[in-house]
Design a protein around this ligand. Structure first.
Ligand SMILES: NC(=O)c1ccc[n+]([C@@H]2O[C@H](COP(=O)([O-])OP(=O)(O)OC[C@H]3O[C@@H](n4cnc5c(N)ncnc54)[C@H](OP(=O)(O)O)[C@@H]3O)[C@@H](O)[C@H]2O)c1
Length: 249
């Protein structure tokens, strides 16, 4: 596969706010992409991005819970060679709470089944466009469960597990896969989690992604708050999860 880090066409889910918005704006600012499909539930929520970037952003309807919206989007955005599955939901919930099973189901629907739907729909698109890059925004909670975020952690652990398998699947068609595991990042989600006092800027994620893709890394742990988990984890992971590049970028 040949993949240049400049002048690509990307699709970013959940790009109206938070980390997805920062990824979109960084890709455009750094000219990683000439165009970004801003894939959102409410098209009006990206009006200001269209005002700022003109035809470099193309609003597209995607609800990760609605398979038809994803299939339709993949037909429209058939020129993308970077897909960033960023959209996600978070609920504070412990395993023994009365609502834990409903909470688990709801978060799996978006965070886990959503990933599978996006990967399946965009796999042929990426293949047709030379392989490209598939980026999944997982979490530090994919690695370490926090008991009061138990159902969210489980959904993100399952998404990480699937990301590992997608890496192997996608390598057959020359698609590079990156698994991103942020710690607390300042967005609506981290405020809801009660982490605003320690949360770090979203640009650590977007800038980290660019470097990780350039270096052909599979794991990325943006932010400084996660090092006590990511460092020992990577000592283990590099031994059991292939660390060599399986696709050249
Ligand atoms: N912030 C952190 O500290 C942190 C840490 C680790 C990982 N993450 C992960 O980073 C990603 C982005 O999080 P964030 O902090 O930017 O969260 P956020 O500010 O709450 O934004 C979440 C985004 O996901 C979208 N979304 C939610 N449900 C959706 C659905 N069913 N279909 C399509 N889009 C949907 C939201 O759209 P609407 O505006 O329509 O609701 C919004 O754009 C998530 O996957 C999250 O798990 C975040």
């Amino acid at each position: 596969m040949t993949f240049s880090i400049k002048g690509n066409i990307a699709l970013v889910t959940g790009s109206n706010r938070g980390i997805g918005r920062e990824i979109t704006e960084t890709f455009l600012r750094e000219k990683i992409t000439d165009k970004v499909y801003v894939a959102v539930r409410d098209l009006k929520s990206v009006t200001d991005l269209v005002t700022r970037y003109g035809d470099k952003v193309v609003p597209l309807h995607i609800d990760l819970c609605c398979p038809d919206s994803i299939i339709t989007a993949a037909k429209i955005a058939n020129d993308v060679n970077i897909v960033v599955n960023n959209a996600g939901v978070f609920e504070k919930m412990s395993s023994l709470h009365d609502d834990a099973i409903d909470s688990l189901r709801d978060q799996f629907e978006v965070n886990t089944f959503g990933l599978m739907r996006i990967a399946k729909a965009f796999s042929p698109v990426l293949k047709n466009n030379g392989g490209g890059v598939f980026i999944q925004i997982n979490s530090i909670c994919s690695i370490k469960t926090f008991w009061e975020f138990s159902t969210y952690s489980a959904s993100k652990a399952a998404a990480y597990s699937l990301t590992q398998s997608l890496r192997e699947d996608f390598s057959q068609q020359g698609t590079f896969v990156l698994s991103v595991h942020p710690g607390p990042i300042y967005t609506d989600m981290s405020i809801e989690a009660g982490f605003e006092h320690i949360a770090e800027p979203a640009r650590l994620v977007s800038e980290g992604i660019i470097n990780a893709v350039k270096n052909g890394e599979f794991h990325l742990f943006p932010g400084t708050r996660t090092e006590d988990i990511s460092k020992p984890y990577m000592e283990y992971a590099t031994k059991v999860i292939p660390s060599k590049k399986i696709v050249n970028v």
